[in-house]
Design a binder for this molecule. Structure first.
Ligand SMILES: Cc1cc2nc3c(=O)[nH]c(=O)nc-3n(C[C@H](O)[C@H](O)[C@H](O)COP(=O)(O)O)c2cc1C
Length: 253
């Protein structure tokens, strides 16, 4: 988005140019991290990151997020074992659904940094969720969407603090819930690896390793109906980029 757009410049609610740039910078530079340094995370920083999570929006103000900080190294190792077991099953499923070359490629990927990172936080959906009806009658999964918003806040806050975070979802939620003594209606959805890193990946690690290519925004935005991929918004911005004109439309990358 071009910050000099006259439409935006007169908006009294706008942050300063530097603050706006910082917001877009952290969004662009956030990465899912799997490589960590063993340096501990300062407790004040951890509190700030958890507070950032708690600032997230949630359906009907349900606040369905629960965090379990793992400080016992044996519990950490047990979590790692659960993830490793599921990693093997995932590889097998990739072999069956895709092919064995793809399975071998998957097994070469680093998919977690559980044993190396400074902090482990298990994030779960709370129990007794069905009493929350507002916004969930037709879309009960909005509880998961709300917790995902909280995790994204943590990801961005961590990146701004110079810390990496990785979302690990390769585990059996029943087994992890049992390991951590969760009520049966609660559901773990993330093992978050948080910590100092040597360097942040420039691109998603799955792109850097050649596992996957990322698609551009232009392939995701439609206008008026599902099959109209020719949205004016993205065409307009592409044209502006070419001619360096101003625009109030979102970035196309
Ligand atoms: C809901 C969710 C679950 C994920 N689970 C895993 C995981 O188990 N292991 C892993 O290596 N990455 C996991 N990721 C990270 C994605 O692979 C990563 O976000 C994606 O490749 C894009 O990279 P980026 O986050 O650096 O932009 C997860 C991401 C999300 C949003």
């Amino acid at each position: 988005m071009n910050s000099n757009s006259p439409l935006e410049a007169s908006n009294p609610h706008r942050y300063s140019e530097a603050e706006i740039a910082a917001v877009y910078r952290v969004i662009a530079e956030r990465r899912d991290m799997r490589h960590f340094l063993p340096t501990p995370v300062a407790s004040e920083t951890l509190t700030k990151i958890l507070q950032a999570a708690h600032h997230a929006p949630s359906v009907g103000l349900m606040q369905p997020w629960r965090f379990i900080r793992i400080t016992d190294n044996n519990v950490r190792k047990n979590i790692h074992q659960l993830v490793d077991a599921e990693r093997a099953k995932t590889a097998q499923a990739i072999g069956e659904i895709e092919n064995t070359t793809r399975m071998a490629e998957f097994l070469r990927l680093k998919v977690e940094g559980i044993l190396e990172c400074g902090e482990i936080l298990v994030v779960a959906l709370c129990d007794d969720r069905n009493r929350h009806v507002f916004g969930r009658r037709t879309l009960p999964e909005m509880d998961l969407a709300s917790v995902s918003c909280a995790i994204q806040n943590m990801w961005l806050a961590a990146r701004a603090e110079g810390l990496g975070m990785g979302w690990v979802s390769i585990f059996d939620p029943l087994k992890l819930g049992q390991l951590l003594g969760m009520p049966s209606e609660a559901k773990p959805i993330a093992v978050l690896c948080l910590g100092h890193v040597n360097t942040f990946y420039k691109e998603p690690m799955l792109v850097e390793t050649g596992w996957k290519t990322a698609k551009p925004l232009a392939e995701m935005v439609m206008e008026n109906s599902w099959d109209n991929l020719d949205a004016d918004l993205t065409k307009q911005d592409a044209a502006n980029k070419g001619s360096n004109k101003t625009s109030n439309k979102p970035d196309n990358t």
